[in-house]
Ligand binder design. Structure first.
Ligand SMILES: C[S@@+](CC[C@H](N)C(=O)[O-])C[C@H]1O[C@@H](n2cnc3c(N)ncnc32)[C@H](O)[C@@H]1O
Length: 207
C-alpha cells in the first residue's frame, strides 16, 4: 500500500486512538520548547487528525498553526476537529516560501517518512534564522512492556502498543542518531531529551 493510501485508510482509527489526554498533553508540552517565540507562525508537519495542533494551541493560544499532511482523509479529520488553515502537501516538497515560519513542528511524524533528509532540508529552508524545529520521535531503547506502556488510561495504552508496532516497522531513533541527523541537515544546534515515559524523544534544532 502506498504511504498516502495507508494514511487515508487509517485516519479514523488514528483519530480515535490519539484523541486522549496523555497524547494531547504531550503535544502541549512540545509547545513549551519554543517559549520565547511569541505569536509564532507554526507549520505542523503531519498534522494528522489535528490532535498535535490542538495540543499546541491549548498551551500556546498566541501561536498561529498551519497544518500540513499528505493524506486528504487525515486533513478531513483535522478539519472536523479544529478550524485551522490546512494544506495537503508532501513534507519533502513544501509549498511555502523560504524563511516563512518561526516554528516547524512534527509530532510523531519524521520516523514515518522514508526521505527524512528531504523533510529536514525543507524544514530548514522554510524556517526563519531565529526559528526552531521541534520534533517528537519514537525512542530506540524505550521500555516495551513496563512503565508508561502499561500504565495510564486504556486508550493511551492501546495507542502506545500501536505506536510501538508502527515504529518497529518504520524505525525508531537512538539519541545520537537523532541529534546527528539534525546537524547533518545543516542545523547549527540540536538538542534531544526524553519524554513520554522514556518511550520517545523531544528534539529541538535551530538553523
Ligand atoms: C502518526 S501521524 C501524527 C499526527 C499528529 N502529528 C499527532 O501527533 O497525532 C503522522 C502523519 O504524518 C502524515 N505523513 C506521512 N508522510 C508524510 C509526508 N511525506 N508529508 C506530509 N505528511 C505525511 C500522515 O498522513 C499522518 O497523518
Amino acid at each position: 500500500v502506498k504511504p498516502r493510501r495507508f494514511f487515508d485508510l487509517t485516519a479514523p482509527v488514528y483519530r480515535y486512538i490519539t484523541w486522549q489526554d496523555v497524547w494531547r498533553d504531550n503535544c502541549a508540552e512540545m509547545a513549551g520548547l519554543f517559549p520565547e517565540l511569541r505569536g509564532a507562525r507554526v507549520a505542523d508537519l503531519g498534522i494528522g487528525p489535528g490532535v498535535s495542533a490542538i495540543g499546541f494551541l491549548e498551551a500556546r493560544p498566541d501561536v498561529r498553526v498551519i497544518g500540513v499532511d499528505l493524506s486528504l482523509n487525515m486533513l478531513r479529520e483535522a478539519q472536523a476537529m479544529c478550524a485551522l488553515p490546512l494544506v495537503q502537501a508532501d513534507a519533502t516538497r513544501l509549498p511555502f516560501a523560504d524563511a516563512s515560519f518561526d516554528v516547524v513542528a512534527g509530532h510523531s511524524f519524521l520516523y514515518l517518512v522514508p526521505d527524512r533528509r528531504g523533510v529536514l532540508a525543507e524544514a530548514r529552508r522554510i524556517l526563519r534564522p531565529s526559528g526552531r524545529l521541534v520534533l517528537l520521535e519514537p525512542r530506540a531503547d524505550g521500555p516495551w512492556h513496563r512503565g508508561a506502556l502499561m500504565s495510564g488510561p486504556l486508550r493511551f495504552r492501546f495507542s502506545m502498543v500501536a505506536w510501538r508496532m508502527a515504529s518497529a516497522r518504520y524505525g525508531r531513533f537512538a539519541e545520537a542518531e537523532l541529534r546527528d541527523s539534525l546537524l547533518r541537515a545543516g542545523f547549527a544546534r540540536a538538542e534531544v531529551m526524553p519524554t513520554l515515559g522514556r518511550m520517545a524523544w523531544f528534539a529541538t534544532a535551530t538553523p
